[in-house]
Write a protein that binds this ligand. Structure first.
Ligand SMILES: Cc1cc2nc3c(=O)[nH]c(=O)nc-3n(C[C@H](O)[C@H](O)[C@H](O)COP(=O)(O)O)c2cc1C
Length: 363
């Protein structure tokens, strides 16, 4: 079995330099267990759990996905489940907390939940080692490090990477515009972003946005990153918590079939279908206020939304479901188990790196 060890393996305490991206609206609990047991970093996703606070205004059927517990209990149970599910492998995992300004109350609630879970049980304290903040200002979250957690923060630019380094992060995830779900309005792609961030900071950098196989992992290392974070690729795996139509859409789409339009906290990259097209149309028409494609342009519309709620977007048909995904959809054609996927990525990347001296003449 090939191995590929980088600085990020030591910083995070993982065997393979691969992180699973946090991915709402699911808890990504089953995925996190599978990824951690395969030697990479599994991550629980919090963002959808907050939907249970406003079930009628959330774009998902929160009760179907999470039951009726309040968010801190959902998180606690999820942390317990991943701790139990990974105990045999003695792997480590993380929790992703988006810290966008629109979400701050929920972020604080989840950060408290992580700390309380660690304090509640020695197995949790051993295995829940990482917190990945994203989508906002890192500075107030340095307190998480004081709790003994390893702190990674996701950034879309050199400016934000320097800010994250100043705040004291242990790992910086540089996320290019190819990536699925939230992206920056400024479309800087991984090929430019990753080497620029790696040059600008001393903190180890993980590359995200478009990474999905051995070629792209090897490329990330050449660009100066110490590992990759993958979202879209992990959705299309046997164990991932996502609905079958979402997995199928990723396998079927080619690389041109994603679209960026206005989403929750700024723009998001969607898998192309009729619904994504209509969101992009509204974005271009600059409809003054709307939320994931539903116009919020009058008090009447807001009242209607509060009264009727959203249809469950994920449960809808493939044409109308609202699904996020990155350009890597064009490079994903199968539905492996997580272990098969990770083993193949590591073995391919190692082969590519080993074969380079035979392919290139250097003087
Ligand atoms: C369906 C989906 C949901 C996502 N949700 C989150 C999230 O809740 N928090 C977060 O920090 N990033 C989120 N992301 C971004 C991923 O964590 C990851 O950085 C990104 O997918 C990397 O790009 P890739 O899709 O090309 O692999 C999401 C991505 C996808 C595809």
């Amino acid at each position: 079995m090939a191995s590929l060890h980088t600085e990020i393996c030591d910083v995070l305490g993982i065997k393979h330099p691969i992180l699973q991206g946090g991915m709402g609206p699911y808890k990504t609990e089953d995925l996190a267990i599978a990824v951690t047991n395969a030697g990479a970093l599994g991550v629980i996703s919090c963002i959808g759990m907050a939907a249970t606070l406003l079930p009628d205004a959330a774009p998902i059927d929160a009760v179907r996905l999470f039951g009726t517990d309040p968010p801190p209990i959902i998180l606690q149970k999820s942390i317990e489940a991943v701790t139990k599910g990974t105990k045999g492998s003695r792997g480590v995992f993380g929790v992703n907390i988006p810290v966008a300004s629109e979400f701050l109350l929920a972020s604080e609630m989840f950060a408290r939940g992580v700390v309380e879970a660690m304090e509640s049980d020695s197995d949790i304290e051993r295995s829940l080692r990482v917190v990945v903040t994203s989508a906002g200002n890192p500075t107030p979250w340095a307190q998480l490090k004081k709790q003994g957690l390893i702190w990674a923060h996701v950034v879309p630019s050199v400016y934000h990477a320097k800010k994250a380094e100043k705040a004291g992060t242990d790992v910086i995830v540089a996320s290019g515009h190819e990536g699925g779900a939230h992206v920056s309005w400024d479309p800087v792609h991984s090929m430019v972003l990753v080497p620029a961030v790696a040059k600008a900071v001393k903190t180890p950098v993980v590359a995200a946005g478009g990474f999905c196989d051995g070629n792209t992992l090897a490329a990330a290392l050449c660009l100066g990153a110490k590992g990759v974070q993958m979202g879209t690729r992990f959705i299309a795996t046997k164990e991932s918590d996502f609905e079958p139509i979402w997995k199928q859409a990723i396998i079927e789409r080619e690389e041109r079939q994603t679209l960026v339009g206005r989403g929750l906290f700024g723009p998001m990259r969607f898998i192309r279908n009729k619904r994504a097209e209509s969101i992009v149309k509204q974005t271009l028409e600059d409809v003054p206020r709307f939320y994931l494609g539903e116009p919020l342009d009058s008090n009447e519309a807001i009242l209607k939304l509060e009264r009727d709620g959203f249809e469950d977007l994920i449960d809808a048909k493939a044409d109308t479901a609202l699904m996020f995904g990155g350009e890597a959809v064009g490079r994903i054609e199968d539905l492996p188990t997580v272990r098969q996927l990770i083993d193949e990525i590591i073995s391919d990347a190692a082969k590519i790196i080993q074969s380079l001296p035979n392919q290139v003449i250097t003087k």
